[in-house]
Ligand binder design. Structure first.
Ligand code: ZN
Length: 416
């Protein structure tokens, strides 16, 4: 594949550390030179063009160009209680793989060029990741936890996207089982949640020795651990033991938020999951779960505000399928809007959706900025993402690894 040069665009990317609003880089009348899968040069047009002789030109017609989005909380095999979820649960392994591949393709078209899967059924995520890497399926780059670890009867135990473990030995074995399959990180459920009828959001589910066993084993193998977690006391204990990331954090307190900030524990707030009645209705989610979810919404937003105030690093994650049509956009962009409007603001939202996740994943040399040496994972939109996170609603062009996977102005031939 010959060189490509992308012109007629304003490059916007994040150089921040996530806790300040500053640090976005804006490069007007920019050009980006792409060779194979990677960016080789970014700069003012007149500096880049002399190096781009013979390159195919992609004219973005004045668009804003940012790194592709990274969604840090996804499930391509999600099956919530209710009719639609039952349908997913009943898929045979072949059907499940195709279902997940379809979700991956839709996700990439939204401009999500990397995902972090945090519980997928039957290790089908590893097959999907291999197929995408081999080019036989279309989708984002996948970092995955494999199955999430739960105690017997714990949050999400009903599906094959979790593995039940008990006792420190059992959890060590659970971690190793995911690592053997190829997991990039470990996900563990340390408290109850919204989708389990027999539990509450604040039910503690692991003993200290079990949590410690998960963290020590994963860290010894060089993998990070993220935890599904709601209540402050459970989170406080896990953070003290070295937890790397909290999912949801429904019931934080200023004290636990301060501890997270001090220890560098990130938060993926998934604000959308306590304010998505329309999505639940589409899936036929039962009344008890809807009540619990929507009822947790106000406290969830308070938690988020406490974490912001304490300076906790925020990362984008939707939990809902990343591509799901929702309130005029997709779930990923809608979540980013909630985060931005909830106090993060557009510049830090850009960080939470790109460079922050790249750093957490240990992949900042490959993704997260529009910079020499990074994969050419890029999205173009009409509006300015530093004015509003809603700018991502106007994405009209997506490139992954130097290949255009969506171009709304080019007709269906270029679509995947
Ligand atoms: Zn989830």
């Amino acid at each position: 594949m010959g060189d490509l040069v992308i012109v007629n665009c304003t490059v916007v990317d994040s150089r921040a550390d996530g806790t300040t609003a500053e640090g976005a880089r804006v490069l007007t009348d920019a050009a980006v030179l792409v060779r194979g899968e990677r960016i080789v040069l970014t700069g003012p047009r007149e500096e880049v063009l002399p190096h781009a002789e013979g390159a195919r030109v992609i004219d973005l017609d004045g668009a804003h160009l940012t790194p592709g989005l990274v969604n840090m909380h996804t499930h391509f095999s999600l099956s919530l209680p209710g009719g639609a979820g039952e349908g997913v649960k009943n898929l045979n392994p072949h059907e499940l793989a195709l279902h997940m591949a379809d979700g991956a393709r839709r996700t990439l078209r939204c401009g999500v060029t990397t995902v972090r899967c945090v519980a997928e059924k039957d290790h089908a995520d590893f097959a999907l990741r291999r197929a995408i890497e081999a080019g036989t399926a279309t989708g984002p780059r996948i970092f995955t936890a494999g199955q999430a670890l739960v105690c017997t009867g714990g949050h999400g135990h009903e599906g094959s996207d979790t593995l039940e473990c008990d006792g420190a030995d059992g959890f060590r074995r659970g971690v190793r089982t995911q690592l053997r399959a190829g997991a990039d990180l470990i996900k563990v459920m340390i408290s109850g949640g919204i989708a389990g009828e027999h539990e509450r959001i604040d039910t503690p589910q692991l003993f200290s020795d079990e949590m410690a066993a998960v963290l020590a084993t994963a860290h010894a193998w060089g993998r990070k651990v993220t935890a599904h977690a709601g209540p402050a006391p459970v989170i406080a204990e896990a953070v003290e033991l070295g937890l790397d990331c909290v999912e949801h954090g429904y019931q934080l307190t200023p004290e636990v938020a301060a501890a997270m900030a001090a220890r560098g524990t990130a938060l993926v707030p998934t604000l959308i999951v306590t304010r998505c009645k329309e999505f639940f209705d589409e899936l036929g989610v039962p009344e008890w779960m809807q009540c619990r979810s929507l009822g947790a919404g106000p406290r969830h937003l308070e938690s988020y505000a406490m974490a912001l105030e304490a300076g906790v690093e925020m990362l984008l994650g939707s939990d809902m399928p990343p591509f799901w049509d929702f309130e005029g956009t997709n779930a990923t962009v809608r979540e980013l809007e909630h985060m931005s409007e909830g106090g993060l603001g557009p510049a830090r939202a850009l960080y939470a959706a790109t460079l922050g996740p790249a750093r957490w994943l240990g992949a900042a040399q490959d993704i997260g900025t529009v910079e020499e040496g990074r994969y050419a994972d890029l999205v173009a939109m009409d509006a300015d993402p530093l004015d509003s996170a809603s700018a991502f609603r106007t994405i009209r062009w997506v490139m992954k690894g130097g290949r255009v996977v969506r171009d709304d102005r080019a007709g269906e031939a270029n679509h995947v």
